[in-house]
Design a binder for this molecule. Structure first.
Ligand SMILES: Cc1ncc(COP(=O)(O)O)c(C=O)c1O
Length: 407
């Protein structure tokens, strides 16, 4: 049978984290690996209320097919919600997706021919790499810096790519707010520069924003989409996964009408429609829930966990261990870099024995760009007690790894 598979499927192994999570069935493992928001902040009350109301009053529609681009009333609720973030769009600029991952898939399918290139930060979200790799993608890639995307480096990379290949990369993919996996935020100056870069080469900036509401400190920065003032140079990707809950699987892509129209054609051919019940829940959440209180509570909850994690890192990683970590202003992740002699995939297998887990950094780099001495940490899901013990185990396993290497 395998000889019949499409060429791209011969090598394709999906989202690498999935394989890692397979090792984590042991309940005694303290996991910093998943990307999970905490169920402690899921607004169960509004989900229940919206579900009951939908099934009572709207069941004939809820159980029916629904429009491919999404329910009009959810689109309108999203349009109002985005106004708060200085984004002013019309229904023709928005398409409801079946979550952020679906939004990424639509972008890949719309723009990429086999062997087309895209421009990315290193590291970047592994799920995005998986979605784009389905289209047999090449990369122009630059290391992310402390204040975000290396825009000058990207510019040089694009010029070089055009010189060599005689064609442009198709888009620039970034996560400016509390990037997954690094936790880094791109500065305002660099957001403006990214927009200019896209305009200069006439390629869109794809701005993925799942964590935007989750800022715990520092100044709220405008999205690249809002800086563009809806002029069509940016495609925005959003999801309800991290602001409501991931089980709902609803998100939305925004962008120029010609792009949104094509997204709908693609959606019609793959997912068809997003369940109306879930869209009703999202609409009710946006329109009837006290969002300010919800987000304040969520931010307080995660920010305490982050501070706790950072304190545990200070306590367990003295400077002479040569371990460095980012100090995010929001989001769900931080990024640890260990001395180069440590391969974090090997370390991962040792760590599992010691009952602690993380994601080896290499899954956030495409083939050809891999680095092996970093790891992604999720601080939002483990309890405070688990954080204290997990960081202690992590420090101990790194010491053991180094001692073993020396012998
Ligand atoms: C940057 C980024 N984009 C997209 C997604 C996918 O979101 P969803 O869970 O809504 O599919 C995630 C999820 O972790 C993410 O971190």
């Amino acid at each position: 049978m395998e000889s019949l598979f499409a060429n791209i499927m011969k090598e394709f192994e999906g989202y690498a984290i999935g394989k890692m999570l397979g090792y984590l069935n042991d309940p005694n493992v303290i996991s910093f690996a998943g990307g999970l928001p905490s169920s402690d902040v899921f607004p169960l009350d509004i989900v229940k209320k919206a579900t009951e109301k939908s099934l009572k009053e709207d069941w004939t529609h809820v159980l029916q097919y629904s429009p491919i681009p999404g329910e009009r009333d959810l689109m309108e609720a999203v349009i109002d919600y985005l106004k708060e973030d200085d984004i002013h769009i019309e229904p023709e600029n928005i398409m409801i997706t079946t979550s952020g991952q679906h939004g990424l898939d639509l972008v890949g399918r719309l723009f990429l021919n086999p062997q087309d290139a895209i421009v990315i930060d290193l590291p970047t979200f592994g799920g995005a790499l998986a979605a784009f790799e389905l289209e047999d993608t090449q990369y122009v890639a630059r290391d992310i810096e402390e204040d975000g995307t290396d825009v000058n480096g990207m510019k040089a990379g694009i010029e070089d790519y055009i010189d060599k290949k005689g064609k442009k990369p198709k888009f620039i993919y970034v996560i400016p707010d509390f990037q997954n996996p690094s936790g880094i935020t791109t500065s305002l100056e660099k957001r403006l520069a990214l927009l200019e870069l896209g305009k200069k080469f006439e390629i869109p900036v794809v701005e993925d924003s799942p964590y935007r509401e989750l800022r715990y400190r520092g100044e709220h920065l405008p999205s690249i989409y809002s800086l563009d003032k809806n002029q069509g140079h940016v495609i925005g990707l959003y999801t309800f996964s991290k602001i409501l809950c991931p089980g709902i699987r609803v998100g939305f892509n925004i962008g120029p009408p010609e792009v949104v129209k094509k997204f709908a054609f693609i959606k019609g051919a793959n997912i068809l429609n997003t369940p109306k019940l879930n869209q009703n829940i999202c609409r009710t959440f946006l329109q009837e829930y006290d969002l300010d209180t919800h987000f304040q509570k969520t931010r307080k909850y995660y920010s305490e966990k982050l501070n706790f994690f950072l304190k545990a890192m200070e306590e367990n990683f003295p400077e002479d261990m040569g371990v460095k970590w980012t100090k995010p202003e929001g989001g769900l992740f931080l990024w640890i870099t260990v001395p180069e002699e440590i391969n974090t995939l090997d370390l991962f297998h040792m760590a599992i024995e010691e009952k602690v887990a993380f994601v080896p950094g290499e899954v956030f780099y495409p083939e050809g760009f891999k680095r092996y001495n970093s790891m992604r940490i999720n601080f939002s899901f483990p309890t405070k007690k688990e954080i204290v013990e997990g960081v202690r185990r992590l420090s101990s396993v790194i010491k053991k790894y180094r001692a073993k290497k020396k012998t």
